[in-house]
Design a protein around this ligand. Structure first.
Ligand SMILES: Nc1ncnc2c1ncn2[C@@H]1O[C@H](COP(=O)(O)OP(=O)(O)OP(=O)(O)O)[C@@H](O)[C@H]1O
Ligand SMILES: O=P(O)(O)OC[C@H]1O[C@H](OP(=O)(O)OP(=O)(O)O)[C@H](O)[C@@H]1O
Ligand SMILES: [Mg+2]
Length: 296
């Protein structure tokens, strides 16, 4: 009997995905695959692996190389930061934001420097690993500055006299702070995205659609919470009106007369706002439960 999980084996197609071998995106990329129900073993120093329960082959690479591999269709898809995708300017399609690896690409100057506006960068030397994005930013603001490309430890450049300013990734800002710098311009907001080859064969596109369906269900579940509460029947309509739900909230009578149990789904963004309003409207015993998958 044919197993449904073997659907690709009839054609032998496997989707080849490139993810970061180690570094900031590795763990979240592996976790996302796992939450999509895909088991991938990841031995130390292993550069290639196969999922045991989905037709997926995984290549572990330096993040900078991922757009090139996908452009060349050596990998069909990849998980990589938008910062790298837009810097490398390879011919790939950005398909889906993944919700992790959130950071921004910013210009920073010495903390004591009197930075006014972007024109303050005229004539300065800017050290960066992102020469393409920095040049575009400078050109679009009619700034003439010298770009000094370096591949890492960018934040020390002003301190050792290599540059007047830097452009690098920032998230908490602690690396800038520790190096006596202040953020002066944000040139890109970035997060990890799924990119795909422009020449994906139809059978591979079907596999990608299956993977995307799972990724979207995981993302929705992460952005929502399941809420159960007890509501006095006197105020039931007001409480229901506060709850969006997937269709509408579920309402069940409680054993105690005059009370109902209300179940609903609330998005993470408006969560605290709604909970406060529910409490003010007389809701009691509010329970909040994480959702594992969400299919609408
Ligand atoms: N501080 C941060 N917070 C959140 N995301 C970040 C942060 N720094 C980098 N990222 C994201 O993670 C990606 C990988 O960052 P990392 O520092 O691991 O890169 P790397 O040192 O170039 O790794 P590799 O060895 O693969 O070339 C970045 O391109 C960016 O998209
Ligand atoms: O604003 P923060 O939270 O301090 O994060 C910013 C730092 O994070 C990244 O480096 P990472 O720590 O990944 O090291 P790497 O540059 O050696 O890869 C980035 O290159 C910054 O240096
Ligand atoms: Mg890199």
């Amino acid at each position: 009997m044919k197993s449904t999980s073997n659907f690709s084996l009839e054609t032998g197609d496997r989707l080849k995905i490139a993810i970061q071998k180690s570094g900031r995106l590795h763990d979240d990329s592996m976790r996302l695959l796992k939450e999509c129900g895909i088991d991938v073993s990841n031995g130390v120093n292993k550069l290639k692996s196969e999922a045991s329960n989905f037709p997926l082959e995984v290549y572990f690479l330096r993040d900078d190389d991922i757009p090139q591999y996908v452009e060349d269709a050596v990998a069909d898809i990849g998980f990589v930061g938008e910062n790298v995708v837009y810097e490398k300017e390879k011919a790939v399609d950005v398909v889906e934001k993944l919700g992790f690896g959130k950071c921004r690409l910013s210009i920073a100057v010495r903390r004591e420097e009197a930075y006014d506006k972007v024109a303050s960068l005229n004539g300065k030397r800017i050290a960066t690993s992102y020469p393409v994005l920095v040049k575009k930013f400078l050109d679009s603001n009619n700034i003439t500055a010298e770009i000094h490309e370096i591949s890492g430890s960018v934040e020390i450049a002003p301190g050792i006299g290599l540059a007047d300013a830097i452009c690098d990734l920032v998230s908490s800002g602690s690396t800038l702070f520790m190096n006596g710098l202040k953020e002066s311009e944000t040139i890109l907001q970035s997060q990890a995205v799924l990119i795909k080859s422009k020449t994906l064969a139809p059978a591979k596109q079907l596999l990608l659609n299956k993977l995307l369906f799972r990724i979207q269900s995981v993302k929705k579940a992460r952005n929502n919470k399941y809420v159960l509460l007890n509501a006095p029947n006197d105020n039931l309509q007001q409480i229901i009106s506060l709850l969006p739900g997937m269709k509408s909230p579920t309402v069940l009578p409680l054993a105690e007369e005059g009370w109902s149990s209300v179940h609903s789904v609330i998005s993470e963004n408006e969560f605290w706002d709604i909970i406060e309003k529910l409490r003010d409207a007389g809701a009691q015993g509010i329970l909040v439960v994480p959702i594992e998958k969400m299919i609408i």
